[in-house]
Design a protein around this ligand. Structure first.
Ligand code: 3PG
Length: 210
C-alpha cells in the first residue's frame, strides 16, 4: 500500500483537487493539466457528474493517475473501485472506511486532522495520509508536531494551500506532495479557458516538480 501510494505521489508534488461541474469539461480540463505537466489528479465525488467525468478521463488519458476524492462511505469506495480509481482519498475517516480500505485492491489515502485520527489509521496499517483541512488544522506547525510521535507517517496536505504557501509544506520531511483547488480556478474552468489552465499547470509543474 505504502509503496503504491509512494509511487503515485512521487509523480506529483502538486495534486489538483477537482470538483467537475459539467461533464463536458472533464476531458479538456484534464488534458490541459496533463499537457502542463501534471500527472496525478484528485477528482472529488462532490458533483453529480463526477463518476462519468472520471470514466471519460480514464478513457481519453489512460496514463493519468486518478484519485477519487471525497469518498465518505464504503459504498462510494466501491464505486471508485468500479470506475478504475488508482487510489481513493477521504476527507476524514471512519472505522468502516479504514476497514474497507485494508481489504480493497485500491489503496486509500485517509484524511486526518489530529494525532488521534492518525493513531487509529496507524493501527490499521496506514502510513500515508491526507492532512485536511491543512491550514485550518494547524498547517505546517501541526505537521512538524506530528513528526514527533509518529515519525514514519507521510502526508499530502490539502485545504487552504496555494502558490504562496506550498513551498513551506513541501519543505517538510513528512510531506510527500500537496493538493488543492488553486490549480483550477473556477473562473477559468467556467470560461473554458484551457490555455490559461495549461499555463498555470506548467508554472506549477516547473516550479515544484522534481
Ligand atoms: C480538498 O478536498 O482537498 C479541498 O477541498 C481542497 O481545498 P482547497 O479548496 O482549499 O484547495
Amino acid at each position: 500500500r505504502t509503496t503504491e501510494l509512494d509511487s503515485i505521489c512521487l509523480k506529483a508534488e502538486v495534486i489538483p483537487v477537482l470538483a467537475i461541474q459539467r461533464v463536458e469539461d472533464a476531458v479538456p480540463l484534464a488534458k490541459a493539466l496533463v499537457e502542463g505537466g501534471i500527472m496525478v489528479l484528485e477528482i472529488t465525488l462532490r458533483t453529480d457528474c463526477a463518476l462519468e467525468a472520471i470514466r471519460r478521463i480514464k478513457e481519453a488519458l489512460p496514463h493519468v493517475s486518478i484519485g477519487v476524492g471525497t469518498v465518505l462511505t464504503p459504498a462510494q469506495y466501491r464505486l471508485a473501485e468500479q470506475v478504475g480509481a488508482d487510489f481513493v482519498v477521504t476527507p476524514g475517516t471512519t472505522e468502516a472506511l479504514y476497514r474497507y480500505g485494508v481489504e480493497s485492491p485500491v489503496p486509500m489515502l485517509p484524511g486526518v486532522a489530529t494525532v488521534s485520527e492518525l493513531m487509529v489509521g496507524w493501527q490499521y496499517g496506514y502510513r500515508r495520509f491526507k492532512f485536511f483541512p491543512a491550514e485550518a488544522s494547524g498547517g505546517v506547525k501541526a505537521l512538524k508536531a506530528f513528526a514527533g510521535p509518529i515519525a514514519e507517517a507521510r502526508f499530502c496536505p490539502t485545504g487552504g494551500i496555494n502558490l504562496d504557501n506550498a513551498d513551506d509544506y513541501l519543505a517538510l520531511n513528512n510531506v510527500m506532495c500537496v493538493g488543492g483547488s488553486w490549480l483550477t480556478p473556477k473562473s477559468l474552468v467556467d470560461a473554458g479557458d484551457w490555455n490559461a489552465i495549461r499555463r498555470l499547470a506548467r508554472e506549477v509543474a516547473d516550479r515544484f516538480h522534481h
